[in-house]
Design a protein around this ligand. Structure first.
Ligand code: ZN
Length: 351
């Protein structure tokens, strides 16, 4: 993509309000850099550090404990995965369609929901786990993607983590989820269409070209190693939103070499440590892995990546809400992605 440079850079925009295109979705975000200079008069009180025991006898995810559904967890030592006792999707949904008045449509959706415990330790989260333990999580993600994706009734496997009460996470034990279903859900489908169009036009993945441009520019890179890059995307909506992508264009986790899996674990550690260091709290977010659908097609356009969407705005207690104009119009942000990346880069990795 270096041949596409130079064009008019961001400097041409000054501090003026502008819209940025999200390459992966084709949607636009309104950026208002001049508003970030407003003085903040809201609350900025410190949040007391939370302390948790290594094992909580009342936690339904700790080793050896009984779950709400009545089953008992094994005495696991690394990761542990099981079917969600309160699944939003079920494999026995059957096959039925409804159409009412030629306008209203609905269709049954088979699928299944899994829960992944990242660690037996109740008191840890990804940034406190060592890279080898995070590698175990990456391996389990890859195994579950392969195993669930091989089912004929599963066309898409969504791996994600909701972290923190602010994100609606009901249990602080480090864990994530997998929702596997027949259809490709809307966010992934949209990104698939955009990636397919770029691949058809250029013969390269959209994210390979985007990464190469961002690595040339440097201003939005947060952390990088030989195999993975973490950056604040040009079109970020959430204040400290990041995108983590493999340098090599691979369609899914199973295509990663052993070294690349280590690289992914390393970048996840380095990114989440920075998040926790930013405001000195266990940083809440929703994160997820985007990879090729498991519908039997080759999908050379798909480029493995993760999104991190953290809601915190300027301190541990000030959260961004999507209200008003953002619900009626489109997403908007005041702090620029470039300044967010600079702040995240400035946080030590503390290793
Ligand atoms: Zn994506």
């Amino acid at each position: 993509m270096a041949d596409a440079l130079p064009g008019a850079g961001l400097n041409a925009l000054g501090d003026h309000p502008h819209r940025r295109l999200n390459l992966l979705t084709g949607e636009w975000v309104l950026v208002s850099p001049h508003r970030a200079k407003r003085p903040w008069q809201g609350q900025t009180e410190a949040v007391p550090a939370e302390t948790r025991p290594e094992h909580d006898p009342t936690c339904y995810l700790c080793p050896g404990n009984e779950r709400a559904g009545g089953e008992r967890n094994p005495d696991y030592r690394g990761t542990f995965v099981f079917d969600n006792d309160f699944a939003a999707l079920r494999p026995d949904a059957g096959e039925a369609e409804a159409e009412i008045g030629g306008l209203l449509r609905a269709r049954t959706e088979p699928g299944l929901c899994r829960v992944i415990c990242f660690s037996p330790r109740h008191d840890l989260s990804l940034p406190q786990m060592d890279v080898a333990a995070i590698r175990g999580v990456v391996d389990l993600w890859a195994d579950e993607y392969a195993r669930l994706g091989a089912r004929p009734d599963i066309g898409h496997v969504q791996i994600f983590e909701n972290k923190g009460e602010m994100m609606g996470c009901s249990n602080p034990h480090p864990h994530g989820q997998i929702w596997a279903q027949r259809s490709v859900p809307m966010a992934a489908a949209r990104e698939g269409e955009r990636q397919a169009a770029h691949h058809a036009a250029h013969g390269r993945t959209l994210l390979a070209d985007y990464l190469s441009l961002e690595l040339d520019l440097g201003e939005r890179i947060v952390a990088a190693n030989d195999h993975f890059v973490a950056l604040v995307p040009f079109w970020a909506v959430w204040p400290f939103e990041t995108l983590v992508a493999s340098r090599r264009p691979v369609r899914d986790l199973t295509a990663l070499s052993a070294d690349e899996r280590d690289g992914m674990a390393d970048i996840l550690k380095r990114l989440t440590v920075r998040y926790d260091g930013l405001f000195g709290v266990s940083f809440p977010y929703s994160a997820g892995v985007h990879q090729a659908p498991t519908d039997g097609e080759p999908h050379p356009e798909w480029h493995l990546h993760m999104h991190f969407y953290p809601p915190l705005l300027r301190s541990a207690t000030v959260k961004k809400f999507m209200v008003g104009y953002e619900m009626m119009g489109e997403p908007q942000r005041d702090v620029t992605p470039e300044s967010s990346a600079e702040r995240l880069r400035g946080v030590g990795e503390g290793r």
